[in-house]
Design a binder for this molecule. Sequence first.
Ligand code: KMH
Ligand code: ZN
Length: 269
Amino acid sequence: MPEARRWDAEPVIVTVAPSGAEVTREHNPAVPYTPAEIAAQTAAAYEAGATHVHLHVREDDGTPTHRLAVFAETVRLIRGRCPIVTEVSTGGAVWMTMAQRMECLDAGAEMSGVEPGSLNFDGEPFVTTRADGQAVVRRATELGMALEAECFDLGHVAETMPLLRSVGVVGVPGGAPATPEALVAMVAALPAGVRWTVTAVGRHQARMLALALVLGSDGIRVGFEDNVYLRRSQLAASNAEFVAQARRLVESVGRRVATIEEARARLLG
Ligand code: KMH
Ligand code: ZN
């Protein structure tokens, strides 16, 4: 494990990823598309215990978009409703160019995601060269943003050394499998002192997030980007419902959810 710290020493930062780029209303009619819809679901997720939001945005018809104006409007509307820590994804969608993926950095968010490497994302080439990742880090740092690395596999963890924070993403076909062995290997490879959180997609999510919590993760992530089902055969009605479920999971292992002040200090301090 990256640091000799009691597994339950710190409260858990719950991240909400409200829309992602791949999921649509055909998967779940409650997926938010417009800036107003994403802001409303983010605010409700904040009320339920989320203190960090990972943002992708859409055109009003649901098409994933890289347009700065849409990111900026979404961040503005969220700010107007709640003090959740805002993060833009520079992962975008698999078809976006690197320049397009970086447009969101100017949207006024407090944090940026960065990809430390490439993979066949569910079979599609999703390329981020080392130079691309470094360009994101440089621009985000110029803008005073904190960074979170999105590690889809063990090799990506090794690339995150110069970064301050990290996230293990497991269960995306083409990336690390959603198994305890894979997660433990990724977490064990993190440098000492790095904050880490876990995202897992689809039906493996609850098991992997529970494992993250007992391994001592700083956070866990939920939301429509990762899953449309609350439990087997039951579609989630909102992102807030996922967050409420995450809070119960956190509390069931004897930990508690971070307050907004605690999350801000650890993510941005
Ligand atoms: N939509 C995926 C291709 C991220 O946000 O950094 C990339 C993704 C990861 O969602
Ligand atoms: Zn994302």
